[in-house]
Design a protein around this ligand. Structure first.
Ligand SMILES: [Zn+2]
Ligand SMILES: [Zn+2]
Ligand SMILES: [Zn+2]
Ligand SMILES: [Zn+2]
Ligand SMILES: [Zn+2]
Length: 213
């Protein structure tokens, strides 16, 4: 057995295996900690795989910054906060250069900017292709919105670009049944790039329809 441990015999780990392992570990951490306990700024964890993000329209009305749960509670208490639900690959911006003179109370020593963060119009408090706020003060009743799993924007069912809402699979109670939804804009891009494996399209007759995995 001794010979098996020299340099040449080191086990080869493919990128794929590595990523799967990282993902598994993160998933375990998520299950143990419930993701984010909301007490510490998540900045030191870097670009987190997924976390709840908030935008503060009091501090950054241009919607070009996002903060973690703890910062939304501790640093932006009483501010006009927009809840963005979860975002992928995002690092807390609280108190960085985008906030001017404002400092983060929990983790003030941040880089001037998080260059890998991306910001869509949700950060300004508008959603969907129609750009309405949520909740919508002009709407008679608040309808649930559907999140695109790629761009993470939220959409009204009637603005999905489907011919009729009958195209969304529903259960007996009329609740929409789908696990992953890809919006029209993303599906057009991805259809050409083929970023996703074949099977994700299998259930939809068109790439811009909802898909079930
Ligand atoms: Zn934070
Ligand atoms: Zn604020
Ligand atoms: Zn903060
Ligand atoms: Zn809409
Ligand atoms: Zn999308």
């Amino acid at each position: 057995m001794d010979g098996a441990f020299d340099d040449e015999a080191e086990p080869v780990v493919t990128i794929r295996e590595y990523l799967e392992e990282v993902e598994e570990r993160e998933l375990e951490a998520d299950l143990v900690l419930g993701g984010d306990d909301g007490k510490e700024c998540t900045y030191s964890k870097g670009y987190m795989k997924r976390q709840a993000i908030f935008s503060c329209l009091t501090c950054t009305p241009d919607g070009n910054a996002g903060v973690c749960t703890a910062c939304s509670l501790s640093c932006h208490d009483g501010h006009q906060i927009v809840e963005l639900w979860t975002k992928r690959n995002f690092r807390c911006d609280c108190g960085n250069s985008k906030f001017g003179e404002f400092y983060c109370k929990i983790f003030p020593n941040k880089d001037v900017e998080n260059v890998e963060n991306s910001y869509n119009h949700n950060f300004k408090g508008s959603y969907c292709t129609c750009g309405r706020p949520y909740p919508d003060p002009d709407a008679e009743e608040q309808v649930e919105m559907i999140q695109c799993c790629l761009c993470e924007d939220w959409f009204h069912e009637e603005h999905l670009g489907l011919e009729s809402s009958a195209e969304i699979p529903k259960d007996d109670e009329g609740e929409p049944m789908y696990e992953e939804f890809i919006c029209k804009a993303c599906s057009e891009v991805c259809f050409f790039l083929k970023l996703y494996p074949e099977e994700i399209w299998a259930a939809g007759k068109q790439p811009d329809a909802t898909v079930q995995i």
